[in-house]
Write a protein that binds this ligand. Structure first.
Ligand SMILES: *Cc1c(COP(=O)(O)O)cnc(C)c1O
Length: 421
């Protein structure tokens, strides 16, 4: 079946009342009925809901749908995109290891991976995901993960996914791709040999800006990369925290299973069933929305390019954009999602544009149906040092738009008056 159909129907076999909408199972726990069934569930002899921190029937529909849309083997939902990134990395690396992280990524992912995770003894090395030309030199025997964004937020560039995967495969290192901005509508990282996809469901998947959430999807080939790989002993040796369970011996996709049984069990950033339900509503219309976001963003980017006060516009689908060749190579139908950024040269003018827009709201979010404008240097990337800002490409005059689903003529009109008043 095609993606649009899967997004509407997959993973929900109507309940006894034949409800069209997936029910919200707003419950903490589940009646096992017998002691034996309880024991079987804990021993993984039978799979089923145990406790909502570990699994929930509403959340499971969301997990199965995103796994289908990303063409993965299995998925797990988390309370936020940040939690999804943290679990993915913590599932691979431990104190003494290193991870290799793209320099152009979400500000929160940069602080998480280069500062917070460092205090757990995991060192982050930074690479250029546009070309991956510096990647191989950074890998050593302690490298456990390579993290990058397919379409980066906020400096909207496209990763050279095939090159990254080629180098990672050579060194048997797991790749994690944040596909939040591209979405599975435009790009499927797993089809290009990536091992793990993460999402902030809070953005395009939700689509209405109504709930925070994260998703992790593992590829159908990841078991074979983990099993017997000396880099990842915790999948191959008995887990003392789970009465000696050896993940490699289980007949399931083990990457997300270990996150569920070990990391979510212990750390607990699990989604609320109601939030999972909101993300399910969003997934139903993802394909039509992303198509329209992409169309509107291109119109807005072309307008900005023609404006005399704009020094540079970043939108990968623009004919002369440095990323255009990669859009043609990797993305469906030339789509490039809803993020556009542009540089107006100085901080004061950038801020004035934010203050003057009426349709664009000054909000640090993306992927909402309503258009959003932000100034990354003073908000999302404010915690970064000047050196780090330079590395991520966030200049003082950079303005980022998340182009929504309003009529593009109205959006262009709004920007025009904000820039000229
Ligand atoms: C927002 C975002 C995140 C973090 O997700 P939350 O749901 O806000 O925790 C991670 N990656 C990207 C690309 C994002 O845009």
């Amino acid at each position: 079946m095609k993606e649009q159909t899967l997004a509407l129907h997959y993973g929900y076999d109507k309940d006894e009342y034949k409800t069209m909408a997936v029910p919200i199972y707003q419950t903490t726990a589940y009646d096992f009925e017998t002691a034996e069934r309880a024991a079987n569930l804990f021993a993984l002899k039978e799979l089923g809901p145990i406790y909502t921190r570990l699994n929930n029937p509403t959340t499971e529909v969301l997990e199965n749908r995103i796994a289908a849309l990303e063409k993965g083997a299995a998925a797990i939902a988390t309370s936020s995109g940040q939690a999804a990134i943290f679990y993915s990395v913590a599932n691979l690396a431990e104190a003494g290891d290193n991870i290799i992280v793209a320099k152009k990524i979400y500000g929160g992912a940069t602080t998480l991976l280069t500062h917070t995770v460092k205090r757990f003894g995991i060192e982050a090395r930074v690479f250029d995901s546009d070309t991956a030309s510096d990647l191989e030199d950074l890998i050593d025997e302690k490298t456990k993960a390579i993290f990058f964004e397919s379409l980066s937020n906020p400096h909207i560039s496209v990763a050279d996914v095939d090159r990254i995967v080629e180098i990672a495969s050579k060194h048997n290192v797991v790749t994690i791709c944040d596909n939040t901005v591209a979405t599975p509508v435009i790009f499927n990282p797993l089809e290009h040999g990536v091992d793990v996809v993460v999402h902030s469901a809070s953005k395009y998947i939700n689509g209405q800006g109504t709930a925070i959430g994260g998703l992790i999807v593992e590829s159908k080939d990841l078991n074979s990369k983990l099993i017997g790989n000396a880099k990842y002993p915790h999948f191959n040796e008995p887990d003392e925290s789970y009465h000696g369970l050896v993940y490699a011996d289980l007949p399931f996709p083990i990457f997300t299973l270990r996150i569920r049984l070990s990391l979510i069990r212990d750390i607990g950033a699990a989604p609320a069933p109601f939030n999972s339900w909101l993300h399910i509503q969003g997934l139903e219309t993802l394909a039509v929305r992303v198509r329209e976001h992409s169309k509107n963003a291109l119109k807005v980017a072309e307008f900005l390019q023609s404006h005399p006060k704009v020094l540079k516009v970043n939108y990968p689908a623009l004919a002369d954009d440095a990323n255009r060749e990669k859009v043609d190579r990797y993305f469906r139908d030339g789509m490039a999602s809803g993020l556009v950024s542009f540089d107006v040269g100085d901080l004061e003018y950038a801020k004035k544009i934010l203050d003057n827009t009426k349709l664009f709201s000054v909000v640090v979010n993306i992927g909402d149906s309503k258009s959003i404008i932000t100034h990354p240097a003073s908000t999302t990337h404010q915690q970064l040092s000047e050196e780090e800002l330079k590395k991520t490409g966030v200049t003082p005059g950079l303005v980022r738009l998340s182009v929504g689903l309003e009529a593009y003529e109205d959006l262009i009109e709004d920007l025009k008056q904000a820039m000229e008043s």
